[in-house]
Design a protein around this ligand. Structure first.
Ligand code: SAH
Length: 462
């Protein structure tokens, strides 16, 4: 059967794609549909065709799947954020578990992997879990101020002040900032004309400390915000408001934050804890967005590392040292490597603040620092932890890791496909996958986080 753009079809959704989209088949031809779930029968319009597959848009759900639920958020569909909110949470978890399992089997070539997988760690309450929000500010066609989020793949702002995955305090913050802007005639930034002042409202919440930060991203400086003290007084009414600051961003850019920060009230950072480790978090710091599940994830990494206090551990792609400091609680010595200098500044600061003298950090590419230190200084590791970005580990890095013969490798991953690819290499070089756990860090999105323990087969024999 030939398909054409704009053609209307009816089909059953029988599979789920990598981004959480529904997949249906007609005569073997696969069609990808956003907002459709396995078990739905839908009427859809074809929007794009390729030789072996195409894309369609759901026009009407003819028979809903039994796994379909009413999204809690009324604008879940246009929003680019939660791609899975219409999918029963239990099913989301099953989907994520199987995604990891399938990758490990098909790409990693691991047989019988399910027996080594722990049940997925889901959230008890998969809402209001994020500690970081960045709301764009603009005006609608009638000139009213709007804030919320960009509709998927566009820069059209959809007004939405109650996001069901953000901390509830955000709604109150947005009301206060917009009320201040209206009263004091503070303009919203317009990216087409590069005019106007407020670009984004960025917030951070410490889930353990209760500390809250509001950072206004301004096309100008704090001096341009008239009667700013009125806003400060209003925001201070919120329990836990310890940090109000301005981020200067006068560039014509899609980047949300500029480099310069101006303090307005309190320091330009808040504190939070993951487990017993305290972290200082500024507007520019990278910090995991789901602190509750991050604790679950790092505790798994720590458990898999099996430390008794005598080990030397390398934490590669260490960011602000979150995992490194977690490990430093139980290891003799931890070395962290990270490419972003500012992140390493944070890591050193956090190490000092927590009183860890056994954590040292290197700025650079993991695939350059580790081979260099191995060649030059003959460095050693009992355990190596990696937490690379989605593209996974560099081949040169894996090579050096294998040469260093650590007893254990703990692989934390945000992309099961590259995880599986790298595990296959490690398995081919004397390592064996022992345990796998999947942790749901990003409920209602298709992102999957997992931790794998690999052990050195030779050491085991010895
Ligand atoms: N483990 C940290 C961060 C993991 S995110 C945490 O849990 O908070 C991955 C990190 O790898 C990012 O901080 C990114 O800046 C860093 N990165 C990316 N490429 C890198 C490379 N080639 N070498 C070292 N670090 C890299």
């Amino acid at each position: 059967m030939e398909f054409k753009k704009n053609q209307i079809i009816e089909l059953n959704i029988d599979d789920i794609g990598n981004e959480g989209e529904g997949i249906g088949h007609i005569d073997g031809y696969a069609l990808f549909l956003k907002n459709a779930v396995i078990g739905d029968r839908v009427r859809a319009k074809i929007i794009k065709t390729k030789k072996n597959y195409g894309f369609a848009r759901v026009e009407e759900i003819l028979e809903p799947s039994k796994d379909r639920v009413e999204p809690k958020c009324p604008v879940a569909r246009p929003c680019g954020g939660c791609t899975l909110q219409h999918f029963n949470y239990k099913k989301q978890l099953e989907y994520k578990f199987h995604k990891v399992k399938n990758c490990l089997e098909r790409i990693g070539g691991l047989e019988n992997i399910e027996s080594k997988m722990e049940p997925i760690y889901g959230m008890e309450e998969p809402f209001y879990y994020r500690n970081k929000a960045q709301f764009p500010v603009g005006t609608d066609k009638d000139g009213n101020l709007v804030t919320g989020f960009y509709a998927g793949r566009t820069h059209t702002i959809i007004d939405c002040r109650h996001c069901v995955i953000q901390h509830p305090v955000n709604e109150c913050i947005l009301q206060k900032v917009l009320a201040y802007m209206e009263k004091n005639h503070i303009s919203a930034y317009d990216e087409r004309t590069h005019q106007g002042l407020i670009r984004h409202i960025v917030t951070r919440v410490g889930f353990v400390t209760g500390e809250i930060m509001v950072c206004l991203v301004v096309n100008g400086s704090k001096k341009d915000l008239r009667n700013l003290n009125v806003l400060v007084d209003s925001l201070k009414e919120i329990d836990g408001m310890t940090s109000i600051c301005v981020n200067v961003n006068q560039e014509r850019t899609n980047r949300i934050l500029g480099n310069k920060i101006e303090e307005v009230y309190g320091p330009a950072y808040i504190y939070d804890y993951i487990g017993n480790v305290k972290y200082q978090i500024g507007p520019l710091s990278f910090f995991q967005v789901n602190p509750k599940q991050t604790k679950v994830l790092y505790e798994k990494a720590l458990e898999y590392a099996q430390l008794n206090g005598n080990e030397t551990v390398w934490d590669l792609y260490c960011g602000i040292g979150t995992i490194s400091l977690f490990l430093a609680q139980k290891a003799k010595q931890v070395y962290g490597v990270e490419i972003v200098k500012e992140a390493i500044d944070d890591a050193r600061l956090n190490a000092k603040m927590n009183g860890f003298s056994n954590a040292e950090f290197f700025v650079g590419k993991a695939e350059e620092v580790l081979p260099r230190e191995y060649k030059k200084n003959g460095i050693y590791a009992d355990v190596i932890v990696v937490d690379p970005p989605r593209k996974g580990c560099d081949g040169k890095l894996l090579d050096t890791m294998v040469k260093m013969e650590p007893k254990r490798i703990v692989y934390v991953s945000c992309d099961p496909a590259t995880l599986a690819r790298d595990i296959k290499i490690l398995e081919g070089n004397g390592y064996q996958t022992e345990k796998v756990s999947v942790v749901d860090q990003f409920s209602h999105s298709s992102h999957v986080e997992s931790v794998v323990l690999l052990s050195n087969k030779n050491v085991k024999k010895k």
